[in-house]
Design a protein around this ligand. Structure first.
Ligand code: XMP
Length: 514
């Protein structure tokens, strides 16, 4: 394993992903972890991430010098670089000379371990206030910028390396190459990690964990739960039962995808609970968004627990495990997490006995989203499931502004299917993050179709671009594509006589309308 020491900000996750792109397995550890504990993980190399602090700021994270004396190759980036410099006796000045963004880098030792085979002049991404003016003893200075005399240093004997910039971001033109040089040449690591290894490892681990007992898994129709279920299915076959609650708020074809394609690809035992009427009844007369969300969440849990209870009562080995599609970023963001957590199911609603506890099976807990998609692909899941864009749990229920009824759902499903079809046909699926299609059910506007006046509802298109859904911008879709979607929706969907485009970023608008 290669450890990425996290000094704050969001850089560590990106670095860990880049290391894996170099086919080397990586894990993130907090900078507060004692060095002895880091070394106990037997890392083949350690990378120090950037961070928001100045090394001179009060309370700025520090590193025990022992880290550099353990014989483990270390690569410092940005803050990690400055920390390395100060800890090992170099000089970092608070010069006030700042560099932000794209910066020309002058490589002064072209054949160095890091820079071998890359141009003498390259463009890198900088973000720092302090600057290193003298490298520690024993280090060769291998690059500089117009502002910073020491922008990279290397000590081949001790296997210690550092760069002032961020090689992990794409704006650093040879960043990936330099990271690979550190891993392969500096640390002598063979690239061998693939998502194929993950499948083998996880299958063995799941078998060991579950033994001869049974497991259940809730399928949402999304990528994560589908891939987690497929992986567990591969490991324990018929000992797994998947439960899918059809709440009637899914988009056109999605329930069928789970019912047919997922089962065809995995051979999983699937229980589909048709709860459409139950959800419609519960939502009748409700138009407040928060109330809708709460009702949908509540009904979902009730239906799911009822299904669980039925499975528990079947003949067969004990049902002791619950499969979840938790991803690595969830684990990192919640503070690292260790081992298996025990959760207690909501016995108050489904009537489960008090003492039933499930142990969690989380086969994706080491993976990033793009890796999950790769695993899904290797497991033979259909493209429509593996490449699926995010879709909210409450589904179309929160894309109808106003009361949710069967007629409105059917109408929105048609409009949404047209928008998705045209976006896919135009090859825009990877470019946009998602495109909610919203029915303004409580709004009517006058139109003219054929020779007659109409009084119909508007449909809103909300295409957005985003990295993580925390912030988003509206996607600048080609006019021809928008025109085609608009024409088709107004022609093909009864009662819709207007299509409008949402041109609001997030913030201030959220991605969904409710
Ligand atoms: P907002 O509307 O808050 O959405 O900008 C951010 C992202 O989250 C999705 N979303 C949800 N996903 N359950 C989910 O699983 C929910 O209740 C929910 N609400 C919003 C939304 O589609 C977007 O990707």
């Amino acid at each position: 394993v290669v450890l990425v020491v996290d000094f704050g900000a969001q850089y560590a996750q990106l670095i860990a992903r880049r290391v894996r792109e170099a086919r080397v397995y990586s894990e993130i550890v907090p900078s507060t972890m004692p060095v002895a504990e880091m070394l106990a993980k037997n890392p083949k190399a350690i990378i120090l991430s950037g961070g928001p602090s100045s090394v001179y700021a009060e309370g700025a994270p520090r590193l025990d010098r022992a880290l550099f004396e353990a014989g483990v190759p270390v690569f410092g980036m940005c803050y990690g670089f400055q920390l390395m410099a100060t800890t090992l006796g170099g000089t970092v000045d608070n010069t006030g000379a700042r560099e932000y963004g794209r910066t020309p880098l002058h490589v002064s030792k072209a054949g160095s371990t890091l820079f071998e085979g890359t141009p003498v002049e390259q463009s890198v991404w900088m973000s720092h206030g302090d600057a290193c003016s003298a490298a520690p003893e024993g280090f060769a200075v291998t690059a500089s910028t117009d502002v910073v005399p020491v922008a990279a240093f290397e000590n081949d004997e001790k296997k210690l390396y550092g760069v002032q910039y961020h090689p992990e971001v794409l704006h650093s033109t040879h960043g990936q190459q330099i990271l690979e040089h550190f891993l392969y040449r500096g640390a002598g690591i063979e690239p061998s990690w693939t998502t194929g290894n993950v499948i083998e490892e996880q299958v063995a681990a799941i078998r060991a964990q579950v033994g001869s007992k049974r497991a259940i898994c809730g399928l949402s129709g999304g990528v994560d739960s589908a891939v987690a279920a497929a992986l567990v299915q591969k490991a324990i076959g018929s000992q797994l039962t998947c439960v899918y609650v059809d709440h009637g708020l899914m988009r056109k074809g999605e329930t069928e995808q789970v019912e047919k394609d997922f089962v065809a690809a995995t051979g999983a035992n699937l229980v589909v609970v048709d709860a459409q009427e139950r959800f419609l009844d519960a939502l009748a007369g409700v138009s407040d968004p928060e109330t809708k969300r709460k009702i949908i969440g509540r009904e979902f849990i009730r239906v799911f627990e009822q299904a669980q209870l039925e499975i528990l009562q079947e003949e067969g080995p004990e049902v002791a495990f619950l499969v979840q599609g938790t991803l690595y970023p969830d684990i990192v963001e919640s503070g690292g997490g260790t081992g298996t957590a025990n959760i207690k199911s909501h016995h108050n609603v489904g009537g489960l006995p008090d003492d039933i506890e499930f142990e969690l099976v989380e086969p994706l807990r080491q993976l990033f989203k793009d890796e999950v998609r790769m695993v899904g692909q290797e497991l033979g899941l259909p493209e429509e499931i593996v490449q699926r864009q995010p879709f909210p749990g409450p589904g179309l229920g929160i894309r109808i502004v106003g009361e949710v009824t069967k007629e409105r759902l059917d109408l929105l499903r048609e409009a949404d299917a047209i928008a998705r079809e045209e976006l896919t046909a135009a090859g825009l699926d990877r470019e946009i993050w998602q495109c909610p299609v919203v029915l303004l059910a409580d709004v009517r506007s006058v139109g003219v179709q054929g020779d007659g006046r109409t009084y119909g509802h508007p449909i809103v298109l909300r295409p957005v671009s985003s990295e993580d859904a925390m912030t988003a911008d509206w996607s600048r879709l080609p006019y021809e594509v928008l025109a085609k979607i608009s024409t088709r929706i107004t022609n093909e969907v009864a009662d819709v006589n207007r299509v409008v485009l949402d041109v609001t970023s997030k913030p201030p608008g959220t991605i969904e309308w409710e």
